[in-house]
Design a protein around this ligand. Structure first.
Ligand SMILES: Cc1cc2nc3c(=O)[nH]c(=O)nc-3n(C[C@H](O)[C@H](O)[C@H](O)COP(=O)(O)OP(=O)(O)OC[C@H]3O[C@@H](n4cnc5c(N)ncnc54)[C@H](O)[C@@H]3O)c2cc1C
Length: 376
């Protein structure tokens, strides 16, 4: 049988990770990615669960484990009228809970890895059109037909819009995520999540003297000088002295969006083009990784059994398994975010609910299990 050929479009974290993993299968793989003319660096930091880390490191190689910073605990805090109260500690018998990495570093490493794959070709071109009926992709002056096409072109993609239109399950927010890196001398080695009046802030350590933060705030912050406000906040909540520096702050729009449809014939959208979840629980890329690992297992099964993937049921099987979990996760994260939103009337009730919540070990075990391995 002629080797089957798949196409992955986009070189964000989703496209690159899909290429890293699916590129190990007995397939020909084309990765087509628009060159970034503005050379924008992705300054985001991402946290992945232990389970996802263990699966990913098999493809990256153990010697690169040093690009991940391990956090054994997560502490949760809530701001109640001018005081910050610790209400929960999540840990698991001294095991690592989260593995944190800088997106740009992982992307560069994956690029180097996939450059060595003999069955994978990279085209640095913008895809201009996809012919759904013929399973054909057009870019530059080239076009190819594929057995399957994975579109990983992000949340603002025109290509996805053209094929699937804009029907979403959507919860609009007026929030943005502010993110940057902080260098300090305060030996912070565990992740922290603060539910502040302005919005949730995650502290993600990258070494004992460096952390990244993600602060979801009202979009009105966009017009303000963010750094002085952030500096003041760190002094309050982390008790940092003046010996710390905040790098350039970047901002990302936040929404909960779930496409009602992200598959047509042999085309499947992966990553933020199909759904995006609020960054409060740091689950976006964790869900995407589980999607890619599931896809990898399914395609492998088809190849081993000598089944052609083109026009087969593998995408349907994928959607049946992954779509409900991703939607449930997205809605769950939205619920958590809404619960913690500052509201004068409900604040006293929340205070009572959170007072002894740290004693409910079953609740903590469930949340650790779900964020590590998913729901199903
Ligand atoms: C502030 C913030 C913090 C986050 N923190 C976490 C976290 O802690 N944990 C977690 O699990 N997730 C987190 N996430 C989510 C995670 O960052 C994303 O899910 C992840 O980056 C995946 O993005 P993507 O590759 O799908 O899309 P993108 O990063 O948007 O990549 C799309 C790529 O496709 C290319 N492209 C677009 N159109 C075309 C075309 N026509 N032809 C060819 N190429 C094209 C673009 O150039 C781009 O490179 C966070 C998100 C935000 C905003």
């Amino acid at each position: 049988m002629i080797k089957q050929r798949i196409c992955i479009i986009g070189n964000g974290l989703t496209g690159l990770t899909a290429a890293l993993i699916l590129g190990k299968l007995n397939l020909d793989v084309h990765l087509i990615a628009a060159p970034d003319k503005r050379r924008r660096r992705d300054i985001r930091t991402t946290a992945i669960s232990e389970n996802n880390y263990k699966s990913l490191i098999n493809f990256i190689g153990n010697k690169y484990s040093k690009i991940f910073f391990e956090s054994k605990e997560i502490d949760l805090y809530k701001e109640h009228s001018k005081e910050i109260k610790h209400f929960m500690n999540l840990s698991n018998k001294n095991k690592n809970l989260m593995f944190l990495f800088q997106n740009e570093i992982l992307k560069k490493l994956i690029q180097r890895k996939i450059n060595t794959y003999k069955n994978l070709k990279i085209f640095l071109k913008k895809v201009s059109e996809i012919d759904v009926e013929k399973s054909k992709v057009f870019f530059g002056n080239k076009n190819f037909s594929y057995d399957a096409i994975f579109v990983c072109t992000g949340s603002k993609s025109e290509i996805i819009q053209n094929i699937f239109g804009d029907r979403f399950i959507e919860r609009k927010t007026d929030e943005i995520a502010l993110t940057s890196i902080v260098n300090h001398n305060s030996n912070i080695v565990n992740a922290k999540q603060f539910f502040l009046k302005e919005g949730p802030m995650a502290i993600l350590p990258l070494s004992k003297n460096k952390f990244s933060f993600v602060w979801s705030v009202s979009s009105k912050f966009k017009n303000k000088k963010a750094v002085p406000i952030i500096v003041k906040k760190f002094k309050e909540i982390l008790k940092l002295k003046s010996d710390f520096t905040v790098s350039k702050v970047d901002c990302f729009p936040i929404s909960f969006k779930f496409r009602s449809n992200f598959n047509k014939k042999n085309i499947l959208v992966l990553g933020e083009g199909s759904y995006n979840v609020h960054p409060v629980a740091g689950q976006g890329f964790n869900l995407i990784l589980r999607d890619i690992f599931y896809l990898n297992g399914k395609i492998n099964e088809y190849i081993k059994n000598g089944i052609q993937i083109k026009d087969s049921l593998f995408i349907e099987e994928y959607l049946k398994q992954r779509k409900p979990e991703n939607l449930l996760f997205g809605l769950g994260i939205n619920f958590v975010n809404n619960f913690f939103k500052f509201n004068k009337i409900t604040e006293p009730i929340k205070k009572v609910i959170l007072k002894d919540i740290n004693k409910f070990n079953i609740l903590k075990d469930i949340s650790l299990r779900v964020s590590n391995k998913g729901i199903f």
